[in-house]
Design a protein. Structure first.
Length: 599
C-alpha cells in the first residue's frame, strides 16, 4: 500500500506484521462466502483439512468453521484479511498503525459506517479510501458506493480492527446500543435482493443462502431462464468477468463484473454440482446442477475449461418441459410430420438424425421417444452425457474412463431385451456395427451423425467402415435438420422480399401468390430482435428398395441425392422456403443456415 495515502500513528513503523491482540480479536466474525475463503486459506497453506476436521466437534451451534477456528486461536484474523485482500486485488491495511483525521471521518456518515461496518481511512479530495473486512461482500461494497458522493477505493482490514476504529472515531456520535453492538461483535450484511436492505445479525436467521456470491450466481441463472437462454457463458477476460447468454442461437453480452469475482463465482458453481473439485483448476471438468425456477425444474450441464485468464464456464440449460414436445412442436409441416410419424413407429431398422452441433438433433430424438414411449415397450438409451432424465425410459451414461464406451454399453443393453434403442451418436465402426446388428434382429434404433445433409450420411457410415449392403439393409430413413429463428408473434408484420432474396431462394411469382410473408419489427418480448424461439427445417431421406439398390451399387452421394429428389425429398432450403412463405420465419434466416444448400 502506498504510504502517501494514509497517516501513520506517531511512533509506529510499517514493519510490524500484526497489531497487538485485543478483546475484539476473540469475537466471532461473519464472512460472506466461507467455502471460497476456506479454499483460499487451504491453498495458501494457512489451513489444512486436519485443522478443519479437528475443529468440527468443537463448533458451537450456528457457528461457522471459520468462526470456530478464530475463536480457538487456530487461525489468525489478520491472516484471513490478508488472504481476502490478495484474492480480491485489494491492499491490506493495519488500522492499528493508521491515524485517521477528523476531516476524513466526516466524509462518511456514521450511520453508513455503522450499518455496513466500514471505516474511512483516507481522502484526497475526490476519492475516499474505505476499509472493509470482507471483499466478497459485494452488497456492502455496492451499497457504500451508492451512498457516498465520492469515488470509492476499498482496502481490506480485520473486522476486530474495524470495530475498534469505529469506536475510536465515532465514539461521541454513537448511541449506547450501537456501542454495545460493536462490543458484542454483531456483524451486518445486506438483505438479499439488493443494496439498502436491513441488516441481519450474525446470531439471526440468515444463512449461507444470503451470501452475495450465492445471490449473484442465482441471479445469473434466473435471468438466463427468464430470457429463454439455452446456454450461459461465464468467461474471464483480461480486465473483467463477462457474462453472455445464448438466446435463440445468438450470443448476447448481458453483464461484466470485476475480474476478482472469477474464483468465487466458479467455486460456487462447482459446489452446486456436488461433483466438481474446487481445488482443481488445471483440467477441464464436467458436472450437473438441478435447479427449480418457479414451478419448473431445470437441469444444467456444467463444463469448465482452463483458459489463459482463468476458468471459463459454460452451463447448458436443459428445460425438462422440452421433453413434452411432440412432433408438431419441432416445426414439421403437416405432410412431413405425417411421414416422420410413420417412420418412428416402424418395428425395426435405423433412423438417423443428422446435422452440425447445436442443430437440435437431441431434442428431436427425445421428442420421438416421448411420442412412442408406452408401457408395452422397453426403451433404453446410451448417451454421453445423459441430457434429460425421462420417466419410463432406461438411460445409460457413457463413462469411457472406466471402459463404459458406446459399444460396451450397447453390447450390455442388448441382453436387456429392449424394443427401442437410442444411441447418442454413432462415432466409430464398432458402435455402428452393433447398432446395425440390433436393427437387423428386430430392434428400432435411433441415433445421430454429424453430416451436412441426409444423403451424405450413407457416405459417412461407409467411411467409418460399415459395409454398403448393411447400410442398405438396416437404415430406414435419414433426417437432416437445422434450427431457424421464428418470427416473434407479438411484433411480426407483413413484409416483402428483396430481389436478392428472391434470386437466392429461387422463388417464382407463382410461389409468391397467396403467400403470407412476415418479419418481426422488434419489441420488448423478443429483445428487439424480431425473433422468438427456434424450430427446425427438415430434409427427410427415405430408403426404399430403389435407393437401397443404388447404395449397394456404391453410387455417389450426388446421385443418391438426385434420386431422392426425384422421389419427392425436399431439401433443407426448400423446406425453409415453405416456412418463409407461411410467415413463420424470414428469408435471411433460411439463407443463413442453408448456405451450403445449392439445390
Amino acid at each position: 500500500m502506498g504510504r502517501a495515502r494514509f497517516r501513520l500513528r506517531p511512533g509506529v513503523t510499517d514493519s510490524v506484521p500484526f497489531p497487538p491482540k485485543n478483546d475484539f480479536n476473540r469475537i466471532p466474525t461473519l464472512y460472506a462466502n466461507e467455502d471460497f475463503l476456506i479454499e483460499l486459506l487451504t491453498e495458501s497453506g494457512n489451513l489444512s483439512q486436519a485443522d478443519i476436521d479437528a475443529i468440527k466437534p468443537h463448533k458451537k451451534p450456528k457457528e461457522t468453521i471459520i468462526e470456530a477456528l478464530l475463536r480457538s486461536g487456530k487461525l489468525a484474523e489478520e491472516v484471513v484479511a490478508q488472504q481476502l485482500a490478495v484474492s480480491s486485488g485489494m491492499d491490506y491495511i493495519d488500522l492499528s498503525k493508521i491515524e485517521i483525521d477528523s476531516s476524513v471521518a466526516e466524509t462518511l456518515d456514521p450511520e453508513v459506517a455503522l450499518r455496513y461496518k466500514v471505516v474511512p481511512v483516507g481522502f484526497n479530495g475526490s476519492q475516499l479510501y474505505i476499509a472493509v473486512s470482507d471483499p466478497l461482500d459485494f452488497d456492502t461494497l455496492d451499497s457504500v458506493r451508492h451512498l457516498i458522493s465520492y469515488d470509492a477505493e476499498f482496502v481490506c482490514a480485520t473486522q476486530s480492527q474495524i470495530r475498534q476504529t469505529l469506536l475510536d472515531i465515532y465514539s461521541g456520535q454513537l448511541t449506547a446500543e450501537q456501542i454495545r453492538d460493536l462490543h458484542s461483535g454483531k456483524v451486518s450484511v445486506s438483505e438479499p435482493g439488493g443494496s439498502g436492505g436491513g441488516p441481519i445479525s450474525a446470531e439471526g436467521e440468515g444463512d449461507g443462502g444470503d451470501a452475495p456470491i450465492i445471490r449473484l450466481v442465482h441471479q445469473i441463472l434466473q435471468e438466463a431462464y427468464q430470457n429463454r437462454a439455452s446456454d450461459i457463458h461465464i468467461e474471464p477476460l483480461e480486465n473483467e468477468l463477462r457474462i453472455r447468454y445464448r438466446i435463440d442461437g445468438a450470443l448476447h453480452k448481458i453483464a461484466a463484473h470485476p475480474r476478482r469475482l472469477m474464483s468465487a463465482v466458479v467455486s460456487r458453481i462447482k459446489i452446486m454440482t456436488g461433483s466438481m473439485s474446487i481445488a482443481e483448476k488445471r483440467l477441464p471438468q464436467d458436472g450437473r446442477i438441478q435447479a427449480s425456477m418457479g414451478d419448473k425444474d431445470l437441469d444444467l450441464r456444467v463444463s469448465t475449461v482452463p483458459t489463459s485468464h482463468g476458468e471459463s464456464v459454460v452451463m447448458r440449460i436443459l428445460d425438462k418441459q422440452s421433453l413434452m414436445l411432440g412432433l408438431p412442436q419441432l416445426g414439421f409441416m403437416s405432410d412431413d410430420q405425417e411421414t416422420f410419424d410413420q417412420l418412428i413407429r416402424l418395428p425395426d431398422g435405423i433412423l438417423l438424425v443428422t446435422g452440425p452441433t447445436g442443430s437440435g438433433k437431441t431434442t428431436t430424438l427425445y421428442a420421438c421417444l416421448n411420442t412412442i414411449n408406452k408401457p408395452d415397450r422397453k426403451i433404453i438409451t446410451v448417451e454421453d452425457p445423459v441430457e434429460y432424465l425421462m420417466s419410463g425410459i432406461n438411460q445409460v451414461q457413457v463413462k469411457e474412463d472406466i471402459g463404459m464406451t458406446f459399444a460396451a454399453a450397447l453390447r450390455a443393453i442388448l441382453r436387456q431385451a429392449p424394443n427401442i434403442i437410442m444411441i447418442g451418436e454413432i462415432r466409430d465402426l464398432e458402435t455402428a456395427s452393433i447398432a446395425i446388428n440390433a436393427s437387423l434382429t428386430g430392434h428400432l434404433v435411433f441415433s445421430t451423425l454429424h453430416t451436412n445433409d441426409a444423403p451424405s450420411a450413407v457416405a459417412r457410415l461407409a467411411d467409418i467402415g460399415v459395409k454398403r449392403f448393411l447400410i442398405a439393409s438396416a437404415v430406414r430413413a435419414i433426417l437432416a435438420q437445422r434450427l431457424v429463428r421464428f418470427n416473434c408473434p407479438d411484433c411480426s408484420a407483413p413484409a416483402t422480399l428483396s430481389e436478392k432474396d428472391l434470386r437466392t431462394l429461387k422463388l417464382t411469382a407463382e410461389q409468391l401468390n397467396g403467400s403470407n410473408i412476415k418479419s418481426g419489427t422488434g419489441c420488448r418480448t423478443c429483445r428487439n430482435t424480431g425473433y422468438k424461439g427456434r424450430k427446425g427445417i427438415f430434409e427427410i431421406f427415405r430408403i426404399d428398395q430403389e435407393v437401397s439398390h443404388l447404395i449397394n451399387q456404391n453410387e455417389t452421394t450426388p446421385k443418391l441425392r438426385r434420386r431422392a429428389r426425384e422421389l419427392g425429398m425436399r431439401t433443407l432450403r426448400e423446406d425453409g422456403v415453405r416456412k418463409v412463405l407461411a410467415g413463420l420465419t424470414t428469408a435471411s434466416e433460411v439463407i443463413r443456415v442453408t448456405m451450403s444448400d445449392s439445390n
